[in-house]
Write a protein that binds this ligand. Structure first.
Ligand code: ATP
Ligand code: MG
Length: 413
């Protein structure tokens, strides 16, 4: 290839700029504010892990592990994988870094994730999530708190027309009994199912319930329901979650065929999904889940740890950003215009003082002096501060009689 040709970006990656970048930042900033209200501690996690962290924690039969991972051998011959999700790495850290001592531990993070998927609207190969987890808490109150946090986040983002769809997968025993019944039921019509579902039948029959293939859909309606198999404990757990949500005023809908694709989920499973016909549904098209999660009490054992109850969720930042609407880049509080270059030093000193006083500002000191002022007016700031030289003395003045004048004078005094 010619050296003069510019390399193309990688398929499924994005260069986020302008209003979209502002919307992205708004999502992250709002998440940071809300996670502090709920007292989740911030963590920063590695972008890659040993491949087995994901294959063991997420499960070999899932789409994520079997089809979507970016795995490679490093120079030492070790198989590593770019993280496709946060939970597995956080669980690994909980075990290897002795975070058990902080249990119940509430942590939050955000950053890029990587999945080899077919890129389309709202679906990328490098995407970003915000993520919240409560580890070492077995009580349904933990699920309630996490869901309240998700609900408040969406409200603070101004996102409307998105509803919490909620299900229970029961405890280990309920889930096993349900699973066996699903294998019987779908096994009887195996030949009529989609290829994917025939393949899933014994490995991951719950997944057939959320198949979008019409060949599977026609059998899903009459499939055995988890409610027939719930143990008393599992039912009491689910009742506690739903009454907690009702007490908190969080609206929810029962979604009996909602299952999480990952093997380690128990009890609560949930997704926030745009309502049919809503603006949110129009904006996202078919990629409709914005936030999903659940309880994953079985995960720590798959990584060789002691049984540890935990619950968490993740939301795609890009999908949330598409729903928060246009976020323009905010205008400057003050634009500092240097009318004569001799006044440059005073202007630079003033910029420092204004920013120290928490006023956002920008310098205009290039182009013809006459045009500098026009440029500043066009940028439409709260105030324009002009520097010039009169009678050999550097002076400044605030243009016009604007409310911000006093703040500027105070900052410069
Ligand atoms: P989907 O059914 O859309 O593939 P998923 O079940 O794979 O979602 P999770 O693993 O639960 O998704 O991830 C949580 C959230 O992360 C999703 O609800 C979505 O907002 C976002 N997400 C997942 N995959 C992608 C992707 N490839 N590009 C952009 N966002 C994504
Ligand atoms: Mg997926």
């Amino acid at each position: 290839m010619s050296k003069t040709q510019t390399p193309r970006p990688i398929r499924g990656t994005q260069d986020i700029f302008g209003p979209e970048a502002e919307a992205f930042a708004f999502v992250v900033e709002t998440f940071e504010r809300v996670r502090k209200l709920y007292r989740f501690r911030r963590v920063e996690m590695p972008v890659f892990e040993k491949t087995e962290v994901f294959s063991r924690a997420i499960g070999e039969t899932t789409d994520v592990v079997s089809k979507e991972m970016y795995s490679f051998e490093d120079r030492g011959g070790e198989s590593l994988t770019l993280r496709p999700e946060f939970t597995a790495g956080i669980a690994r850290a909980y075990l290897t870094d002795g975070w058990q001592q902080y249990a119940p531990l509430k942590v939050a993070t955000h950053g890029p994730l990587f999945r080899y998927e077919r890129p389309q609207k709202g679906r990328y190969r490098q995407f970003h999530q915000i993520d919240a987890e409560i580890i070492g808490a077995a009580e349904p109150q933990a699920d309630v708190e996490l869901l309240c946090m998700a609900d408040q986040l969406l409200k603070e983002l101004g996102i409307e027309g998105v509803t919490l769809h909620l299900n229970t997968l029961g405890d280990g025993d309920s889930r096993e009994a349900w699973r066996a019944a699903l294998i019987d039921y779908f096994g009887a019509v195996q030949g009529e199912l989609s290829e994917d579902s025939q393949e899933r039948l014994h490995k991951n029959p719950l997944r057939i319930l959320d198949s979008k293939d019409p060949r599977d859909r026609k059998f899903v309606g009459d499939a055995p329901r988890i409610d027939q198999f719930l143990s008393d404990d599992a039912r009491a757990f689910f009742d506690a979650v739903t009454s907690g949500l009702d007490a908190a005023g969080v609206k929810w809908e029962r979604a009996e065929s909602l299952v999480r694709g990952l093997d380690y989920y128990r009890h609560t499973a949930f997704e926030f999904i745009p309502d049919e016909g809503s603006a949110a549904a129009n904006a996202l098209g078919s990629q409709s889940t914005v936030l999903g999660g659940g309880r994953y009490d079985g995960l720590m054992e798959s990584l060789g740890g002691a049984p540890t109850p935990a619950v968490g969720w993740a939301a795609g930042i890009e999908r949330l950003a598409m729903l928060v609407g246009e976020k323009g880049e905010a205008g400057a509080d003050v634009i500092v215009v240097v009318e004569e270059d001799a006044a440059m030093a005073s202007a630079i000193a003033a910029l420092g003082k204004l920013r120290a006083a928490n006023l956002s500002c920008e310098l205009i000191a290039s182009g013809s002096p006459r045009k500098r002022f026009d440029k500043a007016v066009k940028a439409n700031p709260e105030g324009i501060l002009a520097f010039s030289v009169r009678d050999g003395e550097e002076t400044w003045r605030v243009r016009g009689d604007v409310p911000i004048t006093q703040d500027i004078e105070k900052a410069l005094s």
